[in-house]
Ligand binder design. Structure first.
Ligand code: ADP
Length: 970
């Protein structure tokens, strides 16, 4: 990496500073700093330090944000103040081999009266930096004029004369070697169409030696400062060496493939040749078998010939299949296949073979779910037969085989589990290699079956994997795609915490399954076998179960409700009545899946409910959810762009969780909590309250009050005073005003109440000492989403107004910043023509009417949240401007209905208030357990338009969208 960035001191003027950062995990670390006198540092002090340790706190948040943007490829210029002076700041990515490796920031002191001078300073400083890079950086203007920002360009295109226009005459070639016209060059296309290119490959022909130099090109649109002209910014790196290496590899690979094809052809021909004489041997041996005159010894010889011949025929057939696959001659014809029927057919075929060894084949398949897969039915049968035959062949006498299947994402998975000889981890890959057999395998075989199975599964668009333990058994699992019309519409549900996470935990859990049905016990044993963090104990009846639960340090009980000796509810009551067992979590397992029965069972105090037949995925998720209570599982994994009120880096809500042991500790204390809202009567607040209360309920925390301050700070102060009289342990709250409410929160903190804030924090309160954490949505990210929807709706050009919120709310401020910066940087032809601040959200309509009247040619309006956006919506009707595009933040009912109608609100960035509430409750739990808490936690942003409205609603509110919205959308 160091070839592009050397640590030569840069020529910094006496009035500026330059710094470089690289990203480690989610922080930026300083790698270079000059101009340090300004902040009172030495070079040694700052190298390797985090950004927030270098800059004053009021600045570090904003610089952090710009570093993120530069890290994402943006060039940012803005004016700022530092120690009382004005500066022009510039942030840009530094590339190496087309990758962003560092971010560079320059700050040049600007004197407004001689701005031009300063521009020169900035330029000269930036040029210094550019000269240290191995890439060429150029700007192409409208008429094709190139300005090179460093000296590399001329060298790279191998031009001797003036390149300014001369570069258009050079001969360029595309990656396939064909001629590439000038108009097709990435930088030129960016200039014309305004689109960016990333790592495009362009060749430059050197006519002198007829060689091609290969370049990787990145280009993006640029508006030159003080000109409204478009230009494109292009960075180019020389990748000739890499390309040559790739070519060598490709050649070697082609040769190897050719050799492999020749081998397969040979095998195929040879197999055909062998088949003919074998038919003779086999046929006549069968005739001999029918001959009555043979004595016993002769009969044995015939049997040997038949056995050997059968084996040879099998081998030849498999070799033929394999060579057909390898030469691409084996074609599969994909159709919709009912998996269940094929599985049954295959079981019937192998059943006699299994009987010989007294092996039981069981299946755990959901007969209600029609498992249709996309496959070639003949080949699917071949796969299943092969795996089943192996599961019998390599099994022990009286062993078991279990088949189960479930849907996950877009694929149907099939598991075949046996209790046979197994093999070690080192063999996992090898057994799929043709002709490989595990050493010491006594059974007859060719070692080709699995190689064919693997190829067939892959040809049908699936994957196969294996897990096995020597002496215990093996589990083969393969997937096949399902037809499009069966795919789930929403993806969020598939993002359930992965099972691996449970495996990775250091905690070990002991489970007790009280069940009399052997086949269910076996299934659960098999599932648990592959999860080393669980140990399973079993009991066949209620009495034995109660006894084991008391003696064996159990964490979780799976209780069949229909036991031979006593009713499951009676067992539950006895467990809860005993001191040693009353704290153990209990999951009911029952064939009864009627909703009212499930509700009745949960009302009795069971922690969860599983209905039979058991689904492996659901089983594991329910067990893991009950054990870990990882309630934040539906949050998408997005990068969080917002920072906290003091520039704190966000920790994703996804990381929060409470373990069963922790939950138990909290439950024992019977804590009490109150929720103090700024306003409780909108969808956002209701959802937050629902998230907090439902999670508190799981934690055994009583909610003693929910207050609504009606947006009045005086009322909120009163509310909290009243709450404090009841001595709660926790208050979850959103302050109406961070200044006027500060003292009452301070009073609560001094009384030892754990304070968790939504979206804003009162002034003067300290994290860790006065409050637990503040939780918000990624507001900056939502602002960005609202800007992109606007940009797309307006086709990248037009005039836009903004309605902001006047109060000192960092959450609403970040939305506005996210929107404004995105429009300015990514939509240069969209002009921001008006900005108004709101003090009261009910004034949305009035403010919007005034704005539209003053700017009649405005095309779009961003309103900082949905309630005033509804006002803006009415304003468009009042002044007859129905084509005004409104984007906003928060998925409220009215905004959603307007989107469903394809009305003036075209889209919005949504918060996930329910999930936010869940996070706040868990954080309160952290504080009660005296666990460390991050100062700022965020849930990710979500873009919503009428295309994903229903899925988004489900994610935001944890329920289906109201009927009216669903009907309107249709
Ligand atoms: P074959 O069974 O004809 O040898 P396969 O390709 O089907 O060929 O299997 C390759 C090897 O993998 C086998 O020789 C055996 O050692 C091992 N193997 C396959 N399936 C199992 C299983 N279910 N249990 C244990 N070992 C197995």
């Amino acid at each position: 990496m160091s070839d592009s960035i050397s640590n030569t001191p840069l020529n910094v003027t006496e009035r500026g500073l330059v710094c470089r950062f690289t990203k480690r995990k989610s922080t930026f670390i300083c790698t270079y700093f000059d101009g340090l006198w300004l902040l009172g540092f030495n070079q040694e002090d700052v190298n390797g330090k985090k950004l927030e340790d270098i800059f004053p706190s009021e600045l570090s948040g904003i610089i952090n944000k710009y570093c993120y943007q530069a890290w994402n490829g943006q060039f940012i210029q803005y004016e700022t103040k530092l120690k009382g002076n004005d500066y022009i700041a510039f942030f840009a990515p530094l590339f190496n081999n087309g990758e962003i490796v560092e971010v560079i920031g320059t700050f040049i002191q600007s004197n407004k009266s001689s701005l031009e001078n300063e521009q020169v300073n900035t330029n000269s400083l930036y040029e210094d930096v550019l000269q240290t890079m191995s890439e060429a950086v150029i700007i192409i203007e409208k008429d094709g004029k190139v300005t090179a920002l460093n000296e590399n360009f001329q060298k790279m295109i191998g031009l001797k004369g003036d390149y300014t226009y001369g570069w258009t005459e050079v001969e360029y070639v595309a990656e396939d070697g064909s001629h590439l016209p000038y108009s097709e060059l990435p930088g030129v296309k960016t200039l014309e169409k305004g689109i960016s290119f990333h790592n495009s490959i362009v060749g430059v022909k050197d006519n002198e030696n007829n060689q091609i130099k290969w370049l990787s090109v990145n280009s993006k649109p640029l508006t030159i400062r003080d000109h409204s002209d478009r230009a494109s910014l292009v960075s180019i790196s020389d990748i000739t060496e890499r390309k040559e290496m790739e070519n060598t590899y490709i050649q070697a690979k082609e040769e190897a493939e050719k050799a492999n094809r020749a081998k397969s052809d040979f095998l195929s021909k040879m197999s055909h040749e062998l088949r003919t004489p074998l038919n003779g041997i086999f046929g006549f041996a069968q005739l001999l078998e029918l001959d009555d005159s043979l004595n016993d010894q002769q009969r044995d010889y015939v049997q040997e010939i038949l056995k050997g011949g059968g084996h040879l025929l099998n081998l030849i057939n498999e070799v033929l299949d394999l060579s057909r696959i390898e030469t691409g001659k084996l074609k599969v014809s994909i159709e919709e296949v009912p998996l269940l029927n094929i599985i049954d057919e295959c079981i019937n075929i192998v059943e006699p073979l299994a009987k010989k060894k007294n092996i039981r084949i069981q299946k755990q398949l959901d007969p209600q779910h029609d498992m249709v897969v996309l496959a070639d039915p003949v080949r699917l049968k071949q796969i299943l037969l092969n795996l089943l035959e192996n599961a019998i062949k390599y099994n022990r006498q009286n062993g078991n085989i279990m088949i189960n299947s479930y849907l996950e994402g877009d694929d149907q998975f099939v598991h075949i589990v046996d209790t046979g000889v197994g093999f070690s981890v080192e063999e996992y890959h090898k057994i799929f290699v043709p002709f490989y057999r595990v050493e010491g395998t006594k059974e007859e075989g060719t070692g080709i079956g699995l190689a064919i199975v693997k190829q067939l599964v892959q040809q049908m668009g699936g994957e196969i994997s294996v897990r096995s333990k020597k002496g215990q058994g093996s589990e083969f699992c393969f997937s096949l795609p399902i037809p499009k019309n069966l795919k789930p519409v929403i993806r969020w549900e598939d993002e359930v915490e992965s099972i691996k996470k449970v495996e990775g935990r250091s905690e070990h859990y002991r489970l007790l399954y009280i069940e009399d049905n052997e086949s269910n016990l076996n299934l659960v044993k098999n599932i648990i076998k592959s999860h080393p963090s669980y140990t399973l104990l079993t009991a066949n009846n209620g009495k034995e179960g109660i006894k084991k639960a008391a003696l064996e340090k159990i964490d979780l009980i799976l209780l069949d409700l229909n036991l031979p000796d006593m009713n499951g509810y009676a067992v539950f009551d006895m467990l809860k009545a005993k001191e040693q067992t009353k704290g153990i979590a209990v999951i009911a397992v029952s064939a009864n899946a009627m909703p009212q029965d499930i509700q009745h069972t949960l009302d009795k105090g069971f922690d969860n409910y599983l209905s039979k037949p058991i689904h492996v995925k659901e089983f594991l998720n329910t067990v893991s959810e009950t054990l870990n209570n990882t309630i934040t599982q539906n949050i998408p994994h997005h990068t969080i762009l917002s920072t906290g009120p003091y520039g704190e880096e966000a920790v994703s809500a996804k990381t929060l969780q409470l373990s069963l042991t922790e939950l138990k500790k909290i439950k024992e204390k019977k804590y009490r909590a109150a929720i103090a809202m700024h306003y409780a009567d909108n969808d956002w607040s209701k959802s937050q309250i629902a998230g907090v209360t439902s999670t508190f309920e799981k934690m055994g925390i009583e909610v003693i009050a929910v207050t609504d301050a009606q947006f009045k700070w005086e009322k909120q102060v009163e509310d909290i005073e009243t709450i404090l009289i009841q001595k709660p342990d926790i208050i979850v709250s959103i302050p109406v005003d961070p200044i006027f409410t500060a003292s009452v929160y301070k009073k609560a903190a001094n009384a030892g109440v754990k304070l968790v804030f939504m979206d804003n924090v009162p002034k003067g309160l300290e994290h860790g000492k006065d409050y637990v954490s503040i939780v918000s949505t990624d507001n900056f990210g939502n602002g960005i989403e609202a800007a992109h929807i606007m940009g797309q709706e307006l086709g990248g050009k037009g005039k836009v107004g903004m309605i902001n919120y006047n109060a000192d709310f960092f959450a609403t401020k970040q939305r506005t910043e996210g929107f404004e910066e995105t429009i300015k940087q990514q939509y240069p032809s969209i002009e921001l023509v008006a900005q108004e601040g709101l003090t009261d959200p009910s004034h949305g309509e009035k403010v919007a009417v005034d704005m539209i009247r003053k700017n009649p040619d405005m095309n779009g309006m961003f309103v900082v949240w949905d309630v005033p956006a509804e006002g803006a919506m009415k304003a468009t009707e009042a002044v007859g401007k129905s084509d005004l595009v409104i984007t906003t933040i928060d998925l409220g009912f009215n905004a959603a209905l307007e989107m469903a109608k394809d009305g003036s609100i075209k889209g919005l960035g949504a918060q996930l208030p329910y999930q936010q509430g869940v996070a706040e409750a868990i954080l309160a739990g952290y504080a009660l357990l005296r666990k460390q808490t991050p100062p700022y936690v965020a849930v990710p942003a979500l873009r919503v338009t009428n295309k994903n409205l229903l899925e988004a609603w489900r994610l935001v509110y944890n329920e289906d969208a109201p009927d009216l919205i669903q009907r309107t959308l249709k």
